[in-house]
Ligand binder design. Structure first.
Ligand SMILES: NC(=O)c1ccc[n+]([C@@H]2O[C@H](COP(=O)([O-])OP(=O)(O)OC[C@H]3O[C@@H](n4cnc5c(N)ncnc54)[C@H](OP(=O)(O)O)[C@@H]3O)[C@@H](O)[C@H]2O)c1
Length: 273
């Protein structure tokens, strides 16, 4: 439709693949990109959720939506998604957004659960990016967003693998950006802080008490996704933290070891007793 807003100056939007699109930040990206006229490929495990979002976006924005129900913790399923991407001839945007957290010290978290996180955050993002880049490099146009976290900078007990996998996404994105910046491809590592999604309601975080985090530190997923796309549009930052309070917090964490220790102790008491 003619009223679609142009993204990155592309006047014939292709397809956007979003992982973890069944809720939270992923669903927000889906809506915003539908608004901009992209056809969507929505991926997550919960098929019904994806289908109802796809139905709504197709109706509201006159775009086409495909859904892929896949578990990105499973290497065979990741390979199927890779093969699928190779068949898409106009993939403009890939958003590696699927993710989850665990609670507990690294040695106490069952290894199987940690390996699932490793694959969802790292293996899937690596393989999907590699597949998507083949077509993007040929067409000299594309954008990849890897959803990392403030955890990449704030190392806290009980989040060893979460923080490690999220900082991998930051380094991966920064370095990849150096390789592709002159080839028409934009890369971003989005590093949100506390965002009101299902993240703190699923898996190990089911009993998370949101009230322990001051209200003013929470952001809404629509705002996070919208700021991410705006920053990509102005091509300003590869590593982007949405919200000035979070950017200030990151600066303090990196420059003040006393405050860093206080935060680490607070998280240890809160999550691990
Ligand atoms: N919320 C926060 O405070 C916060 C802060 C910093 C960073 N982040 C990051 O933001 C990203 C999005 O999280 P969110 O806050 O929007 O949480 P969310 O509402 O829980 O969404 C997570 C999404 O990931 C999908 N997912 C989880 N495991 C998957 C798997 N094995 N295979 C395929 N899809 C899977 C979920 O779908 P299914 O369950 O249907 O598979 C869901 O769509 C994550 O990478 C998270 O680490 C969140």
């Amino acid at each position: 439709m003619s009223h679609h807003k142009l993204f990155l100056g592309w006047n014939n939007p292709g397809k956007a693949l979003i992982t973890g699109a069944s809720s939270g930040i992923g669903a927000s990206y889906a809506k915003l990109l539908a608004e901009k006229g992209f056809d969507l490929i929505l991926l997550a495990r919960r098929k019904e959720r994806l289908q109802s979002l796809a139905d709504k976006l197709q109706t509201d924005y006159s775009i086409r939506c495909e859904i892929i129900s896949a578990d990105l913790a499973n290497c065979e399923e990741i390979n199927k998604v890779v093969n699928y991407i190779h068949q898409v001839d106009n993939l403009d945007i890939l958003i590696n957004n699927a993710g989850f957290a665990t609670v507990g010290y690294f040695a106490d978290v069952p290894l199987e659960k940690s390996m699932r996180m490793f694959h969802v955050h790292m293996t899937a993002s690596l393989q999907l990016s590699h597949a998507a880049l083949q077509g993007m490099l040929k067409r000299k146009r594309g954008a990849i967003i890897n959803v990392s976290s403030m955890g990449a900078f704030l190392l806290t007990p009980g989040n060893v693998l979460y923080d490690a996998t999220k900082s991998y996404l930051v380094t991966f994105s920064e370095n990849l950006a150096l390789e592709v910046k002159d080839k028409g491809i934009r890369i971003q590592a989005l590093c949100p802080g506390f965002t009101r999604t299902e993240f703190h309601e699923v898996g190990d975080f089911k009993n998370f008490d949101r009230s322990v985090i001051p209200n003013s530190l929470w952001m809404m997923p629509d705002e996070v996704a919208s700021l991410s796309l705006k920053v990509m549009e102005i091509n300003k930052k590869i590593v982007f933290i949405p919200g000035w309070k979070k950017r200030l917090l990151k600066w303090i964490i990196l420059h003040n070891s006393t405050i860093r220790k206080i935060i680490q102790n607070k998280v240890r008491e809160r999550d691990l007793g």
